[in-house]
Design a protein around this ligand. Structure first.
Ligand code: PMP
Length: 406
């Protein structure tokens, strides 16, 4: 039974005050909060079995290795990858995308094309621009409409037998738009292009099945899904991971090293040079357990209720404009908005004084802001531990801020 009051007890941070007011945390799209169950796993690791993994014969090293590899297996099961060595631990979404962009350096040729959507976070744009500079390949952009939804039919005009890779986010961090990734994957595969899905924003709301999607690469960060920062994952189909060159050289990723020639380890170690974030990986697994104990259907239903509740109230405020899909079934619990010509930063600062955390700015998505000809927005993003009472408080404080700034 989904009970938000009980769930909130799992999150110690939700008990604190900010500027003398109870914290109302609505910046979940930037990073989610961490439940006690995950904090306990982190404390247990450093209290009881902190050790370097994979190489040690001693017990602590064995225990840490087992826990780390069990976490990889949990992640595999959660995303329904076929094999656990198709899950590569990284430091997060950005790192995972850079790993794939680097891997494609030796696959792309100068006549090749790659396609990005107009709705991307900078971390799903810049590594590909750098790849184009290295290889001479061309970057094309799938456009969007005024509602912040991709013009999916345009993809047919962009795709050709020159297209080698298409990369889009599942959900836009700036607008909350849910993109039709299955259609994109199917269309791209028809011309033989691989597809990378940036799941940074979808992983806390939707449980994807990478085999059912038939996606080539799927990336996400643990800190968006109630885990710690500094750890994330790349799922890649085995055949692609085998084709790609390693991203970083060093310990752990080798088979044999001599000054004449080095051979690389097999998957997943080929892409995991150096001592990894052992504790982070284990806590990532614990975060996935936690999310599954709440249940992704429960999470989606409840967050959808919050989205409707907040949208209705916000739209009653004179001069408030919400960016992104009008049809709420096309988005998740992210509301990006502006009020008349008041600068988002001013509203964000006043809300903070009242204990309310929202994000203001371009949300690492400047092309989207340029499209709407605005410097930025105020973004309120909800998770399953937020409440309708918090939304009431947020709307009342927003109205107060608008009055103060008018
Ligand atoms: N893509 C999207 C859609 C995101 O929302 C984010 C995080 N804001 C990222 C990529 C980058 O994630 P990280 O900073 O954890 O690498």
């Amino acid at each position: 039974m989904f009970n938000v009051d009980n769930i909130r007890k799992d999150f110690p941070i939700l008990q604190r005050e900010v500027n003398g007011r109870p914290l109302i945390y609505l910046d979940n799209a930037a990073t989610s909060q961490t439940p006690q169950q995950v904090i306990d796993v982190i404390v247990d690791y450093y209290s009881n079995y902190n050790a370097n993994i994979h190489r040690g014969v001693h017990s602590l090293s064995q225990e840490a290795t087992d826990a780390y590899e069990q976490a990889r297996e949990k992640i595999r099961a959660h995303f329904n990858a076929k094999k656990s060595h198709e899950i590569i631990f990284t430091s997060g979404t950005t790192d995972s995308i850079n790993l794939v962009a680097n891997g494609f350096s030796s696959i792309l040729e100068s006549e090749d094309e790659i396609i990005v959507s107009a709705l991307e976070h900078h971390s799903n744009i810049v590594p590909w621009q750098m790849l184009c500079e290295r290889t001479g390949a061309r970057l094309k952009v799938l456009p969007m409409d005024e509602n912040g939804e991709l013009l999916i039919d345009e993809l047919d005009n962009l795709l050709s037998n020159k297209t080698k890779l298409v990369f889009v986010n599942h959900i836009s961090n700036a607008l909350g738009t849910i993109n039709p990734i299955k259609t994109i994957i199917d269309k791209a595969h028809k011309v033989g292009a691989a597809v990378l899905i940036d799941g940074a924003q979808s992983c806390p709301h939707i449980k994807p099945d990478v085999q059912d999607l038939d996606v080539d690469f799927y990336v996400c960060s643990a800190h968006k899904i109630c885990g710690p920062t500094g750890v994330g994952m790349l799922y890649g189909k085995e055949e692609w991971l085998n084709k790609m060159e390693p991203y970083r050289g060093g310990g752990e990723m080798i088979d044999q090293v001599s000054f004449e020639k080095t051979t690389y380890a097999g998957l997943p170690h080929k892409f995991e040079a150096g001592t990894p974030n052992v504790c982070g990986g284990i806590a990532f697994g614990a975060a996935i357990d936690y999310m599954n104990s709440i249940g992704f259907d429960n999470i989606a239903n409840y967050e959808n209720e919050l989205l409707h509740y907040a949208t209705e109230q916000l739209l009653e405020i004179e001069g408030l404009k919400i960016y992104g899909p009008k049809e709420l079934t096309h988005k998740t619990s992210v509301i990006s908005f502006n009020v008349r010509n008041i600068h988002p930063y001013d509203i964000g600062t006043l809300l903070d004084k009242m204990g309310i955390a929202v994000r203001t700015g371009h949300h690492c998505a400047q092309p989207i802001m340029d499209f709407f000809k605005i410097p930025g927005t105020i973004r309120a993003s909800f998770m399953f531990y937020n409440t309708k009472e918090e939304i009431d408080q947020f709307v009342a404080s927003l109205k107060k801020s608008i009055l103060m700034l008018s």
